[in-house]
Design a protein around this ligand. Sequence first.
Ligand code: HEC
Length: 135
Amino acid sequence: MTKESTFRFLRFGLGFFALLGTLVAVNVLAGKAGVTGETPWSSSPPSTRDAHEGRTVMERNGCFSCHSVDGFGGSIGPVLNGVGRRKTRDELFGWIQSPWSVKPGTRMPQYHLSAESISNIISYLETKDSMQVNE
Ligand code: HEC
């Protein structure tokens, strides 16, 4: 092998590995995006319809016997206006899905709501930010 061809061979090799590295990095990133993409709300942004459905799910499950929104409801649990600012979506999701796992002994009951119902509730609560509460 001449000096010249060795050089060319090395250059090809480096280029090849650089390309391979990029492909691996892109795949890893895409994989990560796939995992976070599983949260129910990232695929479709909340719509008024989701929020309306969330309100209905809350009425059906008696959430308002303990919580109030816009001044309507019970006072055993915290006022839910502005909760979307105090807690992240993941925290809200985990809480509504299973309050007992987050805080054993809490007075909030354990529901068996579908992921869709929970994300609709969150959509609804997010429309009720702290600007609407007298604080
Ligand atoms: C029996 C009363 C009761 C019912 C019914 C109830 N909750 Fe609660 N909830 C509570 C209490 C009490 C807390 C405060 C939790 C704690 O610190 O123990 C709470 C906390 C919360 C929080 C977190 C509030 C914050 O400020 O961090 C959310 C969100 C919530 N509830 C949503 C709901 C939803 C949605 C429903 C209906 C599916 C519901 N709750 C039904 C009593 C209730």
